[in-house]
Write a protein that binds this ligand. Structure first.
Ligand code: FES
Ligand SMILES: [Fe+2]
Length: 436
């Protein structure tokens, strides 16, 4: 029986914690590329409990480093982003994107020891509009994960971000808890809300799915299944991918390429990176938004501030009860809260910043959550015994993970069906480029 002791082992991510050590061995999305302008303002970033700054140098390279200047610890956030590096405003020391000290301006040349000083910089990478950071062993940096959605060209993908005020595990678990969709997001829906050929209507006919689960090389796969048409089953297949990625079955299988990272900023704040490409013929689904203050999945955002935790905050939040409208709750929607992400934000943050595992009563509908916790705990134990974490050295395997819903003849084993669907739909997705 899992307890809060287990929870703390999995949820805490700061330097020196077991999970913090494991997560540092993975590449993590940290920002959108567009957040950093060449020679522009440094941006405060928080990742795994560390206070960092990010900037783009004159040549376009992104640097991410401890915000403290290695001279006397003044914050490089206030630095001058000058030709080829960031200069501390206290005594003028200058650092390039790799953390190398280029200039020790307040020390005479014969006393200069700049070749011995480094800012604490982390390896960065950019691909298709995302900035990635690797905070583990800087001498042994793995390749970026080949998660399908992250391979979609920047011109064709949509990346939206928002911050959730709870620990990363709790946020991730919301994506693996699929039975809530029929209540929180769709409890007000009835069959006639759906077109006759839309298999999603079976989710309304039965709000109590059963589950098939499989442990997979990338993490775990679930299929929530219900009876559908004569001799048919309605499947909703989703994924957990090490260490903090999910794919939810939020579209017909093959019409969407999707992944979400729940990146821990610290123990109680998490950034959602939702990366999606949708097939244009999907009805009623908005593919793009040009408003920088609107995240596609999460509605209005507050203006970003320069605070460590000031980026991508929802306008509907705990301070205004997520703008719940009790009249709407009585007459129109199940929750009375507008927007899928706001609804998720409300229930997940309302659980507290660290869910009390000693208080909860997990049900058969939570089997994917228990499977994911067990997979993470197993990985953590083997990492503590000296093993490499799952998937850290096999980035190409992520490419096999996809999610979605469909109807299929009853009685076929989930992973067999899954392999068939992946095979059938791989070629129909123009952006599903072969793994590099
Ligand atoms: S503290 Fe940064 S140069 Fe002195
Ligand atoms: Fe949800």
């Amino acid at each position: 029986m899992a307890s809060n002791k287990d929870r703390d082992l999995l949820a805490h991510v700061g330097p020196g914690t077991p999970m913090g050590g494991m997560l540092r061995q993975y590449w993590m999305p940290a920002a959108k590329s567009a957040e950093f302008k060449a020679d522009g303002d440094p941006v405060r970033l928080k990742l795994l409990g560390e206070e960092l700054i990010g900037f783009r140098d004159s040549a376009g390279r992104v640097g991410v480093m401890d915000h403290r200047c290695p001279h006397r610890c003044a914050s490089l956030f206030f630095g001058r982003n000058e030709e080829g590096g960031l200069r501390c405003v206290y005594h003028g020391w200058k650092f390039d994107a790799d953390g190398k000290c280029l200039d020790m301006a307040n020390v005479p040349p014969h006393q200069d020891f700049k070749h011995k000083v480094h800012a604490k910089a982390y390896k960065t990478a950019e691909r298709n509009g995302l900035v990635w950071v690797f905070m583990g062993d800087q001498a042994n940096v793995p390749a970026l994960p080949q998660i399908e959605a992250t391979l979609v060209a920047e011109s064709d993908n949509h990346i939206d971000m928002f911050m959730r005020e709870c620990n990363w595990l709790q946020a991730l678990e919301g994506d693996l808890d699929t039975s809530h969709v029929g209540f929180l997001h769709g409890g007000h829906r009835v069959v006639k809300d759906y077109q006759d050929d839309d298999v999603a209507r079976y989710g309304v006919l039965r709000r109590d799915p059963e589950y098939a689960l499989a442990e997979t090389p990338w993490g775990a796969t679930y299929g929530a299944y219900r009876p559908a048409g004569e001799g048919q089953t309605y499947w909703r297949i989703g994924q957990f991918m090490f260490p903090f990625w999910s794919i939810t079955p939020s579209a017909p299988f093959g019409l969407q390429v999707y992944a979400r990272a729940w990146v821990p900023l610290d123990d109680t704040h998490t950034m959602s990176f939702r990366i999606v490409w949708r097939e244009g013929r999907m009805k009623g689904v908005k593919n793009e938004t040009t408003d920088p203050n609107v995240a596609l999945s999460s509605g209005k955002l507050l203006p970003n501030t320069t605070d460590w935790l000031g980026r991508y905050r929802l306008a509907a939040n705990k301070d205004n009860d997520y703008l719940i409208d009790r009249d709407v709750q009585c007459t129109q929607t199940y929750s009375g809260i507008d927007g899928i992400s706001q609804q998720d934000q409300c229930v997940t943050e309302s659980m507290g910043s660290l869910t009390d595992w000693d208080f909860e009563h997990l049900a058969p509908s939570d089997r994917m959550i228990t499977t994911m916790r067990r997979r993470l705990m197993g990985a953590l134990k083997s990492v503590q015994d000296g093993a490499r974490p799952p998937m850290a050295d096999t980035p190409e395997v992520y490419y096999q993970a996809r999610g979605g819903y469909f109807e299929a003849p009853e009685g076929i084993e989930m992973m067999k069906l899954y392999a068939q669907k992946v095979e059938e739909t791989r070629a129909t997705i123009p952006y599903a480029v072969a793994a590099e």
